[in-house]
Design a protein around this ligand. Structure first.
Ligand SMILES: [Zn+2]
Ligand SMILES: [Zn+2]
Ligand SMILES: [Zn+2]
Ligand SMILES: [Zn+2]
Length: 303
């Protein structure tokens, strides 16, 4: 009987603790995002609006990390036979689209203000920025207790957010003493370009994963090297490596064996390959043995 286990644990933290901490960060972020949108509107500050859009994106990604933290524990079933890991791609795609639309909106608001700057309500900006530093700092502190991959990524990110709010704080202090309202759209355009740069990078990664691009050319060469280094193997085709979610890869290949290979040699070959492929940690590996006088059952075998 064939039985195997595709489960594994990321990080050493307790998954329900991690889930509770991420849930906390999510709740804080959603509440804070709402406060920022209202605050940005009340203070007439595009810099705060840009930060609000950014935090909307954060809320979405923390929310999906929270849900996925639970979902990824679910067993594969006959409908989702690869399990639920690819659901994270869907979350990333939605997040990327929301952030792109939000960023375009901020640019449409901010760019005209370069020509006709409007003075924001500076005391409100100052208060919101202090609040922002406190909330993001607290969330980062909360997550620093955890060591799951999700938590470490979020934690690093929240520290970046604290720096963003420090920039708003500095601008609001400058505006208290100098009549330079143009600083507000400059800051918001700067934020937004930074957001768009990251969104573009993440979207590209996500789309490549959706399109089943080879995740790592160097790895592909190394695996090909392992497979073709065996004397029993004459050639290979239908060689594919793709990644389900950027972390978990799948490998399939047809190996054409020399005609004289015996069953014992074939078993030995399988064992050797299993050992040598272990370092690549594929979550699904399919290797088809073919003999030279056989016709490949899959069409277009020239890849
Ligand atoms: Zn299996
Ligand atoms: Zn953020
Ligand atoms: Zn193929
Ligand atoms: Zn074949």
């Amino acid at each position: 009987m064939h039985s195997h286990n595709h489960n594994h644990n990321h990080g050493t933290g307790n998954s329900s603790d991690a889930s509770r901490r991420i849930g906390w960060a999510f709740f804080l972020n959603v509440v804070f995002t709402i406060i920022e949108f209202i605050g940005g509107w009340l203070t007439n500050s595009t810099a705060i609006m840009a930060d609000a859009v950014h935090d909307l994106g954060d809320s979405l990604s923390i929310g999906s990390a929270w849900v996925l933290n639970k979902l990824s524990d679910k067993e594969a079933n006959s409908t989702f036979s690869y399990g639920y890991k690819r659901f994270s791609l869907l979350g990333a795609l939605i997040n990327g689209m929301v952030l792109t639309l939000g960023s375009i909106w901020i640019l449409l608001e901010s760019i005209p203000r370069l020509a006709e700057p409007e003075m924001p309500q500076v005391e409100g900006m100052l208060l919101l920025s202090i609040f922002g530093i406190a909330v993001n700092g607290f969330a980062a502190y909360k997550l620093s207790e955890g060591d799951s991959l999700n938590e470490r990524v979020l934690n690093w990110h929240l520290l970046e957010d604290v720096l963003g709010w420090v920039a708003v704080l500095i601008v609001s202090i400058v505006l208290m003493f100098k009549p330079w309202p143009i600083l507000d759209p400059i800051l918001s355009i700067g934020f937004t370009l930074f957001i768009l740069f990251n969104v573009g990078r993440n979207l590209k990664e996500t789309i490549l994963l959706f399109l089943q691009a080879t995740p790592d050319d160097k790895q592909l060469k190394e695996v090909r090297g392992v497979l073709t280094s065996k004397p029993e193997v004459k050639e290979l085709h239908h060689f594919h490596i793709w990644s389900m979610d950027g972390e978990h890869s799948v490998m399939t290949v047809h190996l054409v064996l020399r005609q004289e290979v015996t069953v014992m040699q074939m078993k030995k070959l399988k064992n050797t390959l299993q050992k040598e492929l272990e370092v690549f940690a594929f979550v699904h590996t399919t290797i088809e043995f073919e003999f030279a006088d056989e016709v490949c059952r899959d069409e277009s075998a020239n890849h």
